[in-house]
Design a protein around this ligand. Structure first.
Ligand SMILES: [Zn+2]
Length: 296
């Protein structure tokens, strides 16, 4: 893991938006408005978050800093402890609930046992929770915080209409996003969130993983889930109870559904095969429960 954060820009990205990339792990995004600055996500460690804050220190020029936690997955908020005391941290109320679940601390314990960089991290909770949508009125730019569940129940995306830029975070992902569970509602929620993001007709769409700004990503992710549902419907699984081998069955494999993938290391390919296997399990569960693909 590359433990350095770098500033990244994309063709057409407004200069008030800075992507802060921690290697191939995750991106945070900094947005400068007339009234305040907003940091969307704090990366996976306080050290990485401190680096990110240093990289944008000049642009802040005395403006207050607001922080948004997109959701309570470790790679997006474990850097919170690096924020100055009293920093406002905004998230969905579902994220506040999730923060206090035992799994949150258990994940840190597990990962700290495996990787020294996570040892001793203090988990810092969001300080302001909201349900549904919130607007941050920066003057020149407005940040619409949109509840976009499905990847996780507490997930939010950010839409900045003045510059037609959407921070899709983990609701969209290149090559594919991951559904929260095999519960029917989660797959449906993810597809609804993807459709909602696609309907924004953004000029720039930034996922937190994948390094792209392609506004067609949400539609591509949706097409993947549609194709997966169609393949599952045609796979003749109705009489079989053995789903253990479905992800390696020709026609249902990751490579069959995502043929034109970005260049990936062997490690990333293994990771996304796992993501695909979990999406497939959710699609099979939806097929069995509803007799077809989840309706958007
Ligand atoms: Zn993530």
């Amino acid at each position: 893991m590359n433990e350095r954060v770098e500033r990244v820009t994309h063709r057409g990205l407004d200069e008030r938006v800075v992507v802060l990339r921690a290697g191939d792990e995750v991106d945070a995004v900094f947005v400068r408005t007339e009234r305040f600055c907003v940091l969307v996500d704090t990366l996976s460690t306080p050290d990485l978050c401190r680096q990110a804050l240093d990289l944008v220190a000049a642009e802040r020029a005395g403006r207050p800093l607001l922080v948004v936690n997109s959701h309570m997955d470790w790679d997006h908020f474990w850097g919170n402890a690096a924020l100055p005391p009293g920093t406002v941290i905004i998230a969905q109320t579902a994220a506040l609930d999730r923060f206090h679940q035992p799994e949150t601390a258990a994940t840190l314990r597990d990962m700290a046992a495996r990787e020294a960089r996570f040892a001793g991290i203090e988990l810092v909770a969001p300080t302001i929770g909201f349900a549904g949508a919130m607007r941050l009125e920066g003057g020149d730019l407005t940040l619409h915080l949109l509840h976009t569940p499905g990847h996780t129940p507490d997930h939010l995306a950010v839409w900045i209409p003045e510059i037609r830029t959407c921070l899709g975070v983990d609701a969209v992902e290149d090559p594919i996003p991951e559904v929260w569970s095999t519960a029917l509602g989660d797959l449906r929620a993810l597809c609804v969130s993807l459709q909602r993001i696609a309907d924004l007709k953004a000029a720039i769409l930034l996922p937190a993983h994948g390094g792209t700004s392609d506004p067609g990503l949400a539609a591509r992710n949706l097409a993947y889930f549609d194709a997966l549902a169609a393949r599952v419907a045609g796979a003749g699984i109705e009489d079989s109870n053995d789903e253990s081998d479905l992800a390696v069955r020709p026609g249902l494999r990751f490579e069959d559904l995502v043929p034109a993938c970005r260049a990936m290391t062997a490690e990333m390919r293994t990771f996304y095969r796992g993501v695909h296997a979990r999406n497939l399990a959710a699609t099979v569960a939806a097929h069995r429960a509803a007799g077809g693909r989840p309706s958007v």
